[in-house]
Design a protein around this ligand. Structure first.
Ligand SMILES: Nc1ncnc2c1ncn2[C@@H]1O[C@H](COP(=O)(O)OP(=O)(O)O)[C@@H](O)[C@H]1O
Ligand SMILES: [Mg+2]
Length: 253
């Protein structure tokens, strides 16, 4: 049975200023469905509404129109929110905390008991290949290592759904590969993932389904394997598809 984890129907979001004058129409009518076991990529140029969409899924902001359901519930419901882990676009770790203290801190925030938090933190640091640096302060970590600590923090309460906003942005090729391998392992273990990226090469490798957004509208999307099968240049299939969809959108305007 297909289980829907995230569902957006006709979602629009207009940001307004203090006087309620519209500032930006960030999302202009989006339908999305993320199913259990998906590694779903939301792709689009900068400013196309990806982070705004994610904030609505997290229940941090409310849509101007349309509905968002998370595990079939209102995203602001505690019963829904406690089932997901989130990596923000810019994650600031405290530079003077060790890797272990950082993850334990987030375990505490999500209300885990101390013994369970310790066991889960040790298990995660092992899984994310951070055990050997667990007593080192994260201020001295490479960007790739710091990103993995932030992902460990998002995973500490054993969520069913992991939401990653630009998980590979600003990382060098090694850091990027580490994060991609991690997402691959999580997906193989059955984790449902929603991620955003503008690095299409990475998305092609790790996502099974994508949606292409441009200026707050969905302009394409589908099963990655189908997109690759239809492409001339298999290695750059998603880039090819992405450019074709964005150009088709421009022609319509
Ligand atoms: N809090 C906000 N107030 C006003 N405008 C915003 C706000 N957040 C985002 N925007 C605008 O909405 C549009 C989409 O932004 P965003 O969702 O961050 O795009 P992306 O993540 O795809 O780069 C942009 O034009 C951005 O400037
Ligand atoms: Mg963004």
């Amino acid at each position: 049975m297909v289980e829907t984890v995230i569902e957006l129907k006709g979602v629009e979001k207009t940001f307004r200023d203090f006087w309620m004058r519209p500032l930006a129409q960030a999302v202009r009518g989006l339908d999305l469905e993320v199913r259990r076991g998906d590694v779903f990529g939301l792709i689009g140029p900068n400013g196309s509404g990806k982070s705004t969409t994610i904030k609505m899924v997290l229940g941090l902001i409310r849509p101007t129109r349309g509905t968002v359901r998370l595990f079939g519930l209102d995203p602001r419901a505690k019963a829904a929110r406690t089932r997901l882990g989130y990596l923000p676009e810019l994650s600031h770790l405290h530079p003077f905390l060790t890797a272990e203290e950082t993850v334990l801190y987030y375990a505490g925030l999500s209300g885990m008991k101390r013994a369970a938090a310790r066991a889960r933190t040790a298990e995660l640091l092992e899984e994310l290949k951070l055990s050997h640096v667990r007593r080192r302060t994260v201020g001295g970590f490479s960007k790739g290592m710091a990103r993995r600590v932030a992902i460990a923090a998002a995973l500490v309460a054993s969520p069913e759904l992991l939401i990653l906003d630009e998980p590979t942005s600003g990382l060098d090729p090694i850091g990027t590969r580490e994060v991609k391998e991690l997402v691959g392992r999580l997906a193989a273990g059955g984790m449902t993932v929603l991620l955003t990226s503008h690095q299409l090469f990475d998305v092609q490798d790790i996502c099974n389904r994508v949606a292409v957004v441009s200026a707050g509208r969905q302009v394409g999307g589908g099963v990655v394997a189908d997109i690759v099968a239809a492409a001339r240049d298999k290695r750059h299939a998603l880039e090819e598809y992405f450019e074709e969809r964005l150009n088709a959108q421009k022609d319509e305007q």
